[in-house]
Design a protein around this ligand. Structure first.
Ligand code: PDD
Length: 284
C-alpha cells in the first residue's frame, strides 16, 4: 500500500511523523474522505471545496492548489491496486514546540494521503438495513468543519457498537436532528424526504448533496428544514448516507422498528438512483 506524506510516495510502513506534530498533540487539523470508483475520484471539486472550507475554518492555508491536489490524488490512485478506493486526506498545522497558540512563524503543515480499498455495504446489509441508537449531540458548534479531533464522534459511534448497533443518530438540544456519528441522516414521513439544513451543526455531506439532487431531478418530494426529534421517532423510514456507506436504511432505532422494520420504498428508490448515478457518472 502506497501513501503520500509531505511530497513523497512511500509504503505505509515507512510513513513516519514526529511526535510533536500538532495533529498528534492537539488534534489540530482537518481531513477529507473521497471515494474512488473505477480509479476516478467521486465529486473531486466538491470534496476539495469542502476541504478549503475546513482549512479556512481552522485558519490553515491550503498547502496545495486544486491542480496540485488532483495530481497528488491521481498519482496515488495509480500506485494502488484496487479499482475502487477511498482516499483519506489529512492536513495538520505541522510540527512545533507544544503551545496551544499557532506556531509563529508558521511551520510547514503535515500533508498525508492514504488509499484504502473501498468496500461498499454488502447485499445482506442493504436488505436488512442497520440498527441505530439516538444520543444527545454533545459536540462543539463548528460541526461543519471536518476536523480530525473526532473524540465525541468516536465515543458516540462506540456507544452504538456497545448497544449492538451500527450508528448513533444525534439530537441537538433535546429538540432536533443533526446527523450520525459519521454520516448524514434523512427522515421520511408521508412520502416526503426530510433533510436537516446545512449549517454549523452538521457536516455538509457530499453524499447528502447527491441524494438531494437525485430527489429534485426525479420528482421525489423533499424538504430541507429543521427536523424535530418527534419526527425522527415517528418516521416511516430513516436513511443514512456517507461516502463509504453510500445510502443505507436504518430499520431499528433505540430497539424499536422504524416503520415496518424493513427498508422502505424511499430507500429502495434512492439506493437504485444512487447506484445508477454512480455507474453513469463514474464507470462510463
Ligand atoms: N464521514 N457527517 C459526519 C460527522 C461524517 O463524518 C460524515 C462522513 C458525513 C457524511 O459525509 P460524506 O457524504 O461527504 O461522506 C456526515 C467519513 C466517511 C469518515 O469520517 O470516514
Amino acid at each position: 500500500m502506497t501513501v503520500y506524506l509531505n511530497g513523497a510516495y512511500l509504503p505505509l510502513e515507512d510513513a513516519r511523523i514526529p511526535v510533536l506534530d500538532r495533529g498528534f498533540i492537539f488534534g489540530d487539523g482537518v481531513y477529507e474522505v473521497i471515494p474512488v470508483y473505477s480509479r476516478r475520484a467521486f465529486r473531486l471539486d466538491e470534496h476539495l471545496r469542502r476541504l478549503q472550507h475546513s482549512l479556512d475554518g481552522i485558519k490553515l492555508p491550503n498547502p496545495h492548489s486544486v491542480a496540485e491536489w488532483a495530481d497528488i490524488l491521481t498519482t496515488l490512485i495509480a500506485r494502488n491496486a484496487p479499482e475502487d478506493q477511498y482516499l483519506y486526506l489529512h492536513i495538520t498545522r505541522g510540527v512545533a514546540k507544544r503551545d496551544h497558540a499557532f506556531p509563529n512563524p508558521p511551520v510547514p503543515p503535515t500533508v498525508f494521503v492514504l488509499s484504502n480499498p473501498l468496500t461498499t455495504p454488502p447485499p445482506e446489509l442493504l436488505q436488512s438495513g442497520i440498527r441505530a441508537i439516538t444520543a444527545a449531540d454533545n459536540r462543539w458548534l463548528r460541526c461543519d468543519i471536518k476536523a480530525i479531533s473526532l473524540l465525541p464522534n468516536v465515543l458516540l459511534r462506540q456507544a452504538a457498537i456497545d448497544a449492538g448497533c451500527a450508528e448513533t443518530v444525534m439530537i441537538r438540544d433535546d429538540a432536533f436532528l443533526t446527523e450520525g456519528a459519521a454520516s448524514n441522516i434523512f427522515v421520511v414521513r408521508d412520502g416526503v424526504l426530510l433533510a436537516p439544513p446545512k449549517d454549523n451543526l452538521m457536516l455538509p455531506g457530499i453524499t447528502y448533496d447527491v441524494v438531494l439532487e437525485l430527489a429534485a431531478s426525479n420528482g421525489i418530494a423533499h424538504q430541507v428544514r429543521k427536523v424535530m426529534k418527534d419526527e425522527v421517532f415517528s418516521a416511516d423510514e430513516l436513511l443514512l448516507t456517507s461516502s463509504t456507506k453510500e445510502v443505507l436504511a436504518i430499520t431499528e432505532l433505540d430497539g424499536k422498528p422504524v416503520g415496518n422494520g424493513k427498508p422502505g420504498a424511499m430507500f429502495t428508490r434512492m439506493h437504485a438512483l444512487y447506484q445508477n448515478f454512480k455507474h453513469e457518472v463514474m464507470r462510463k
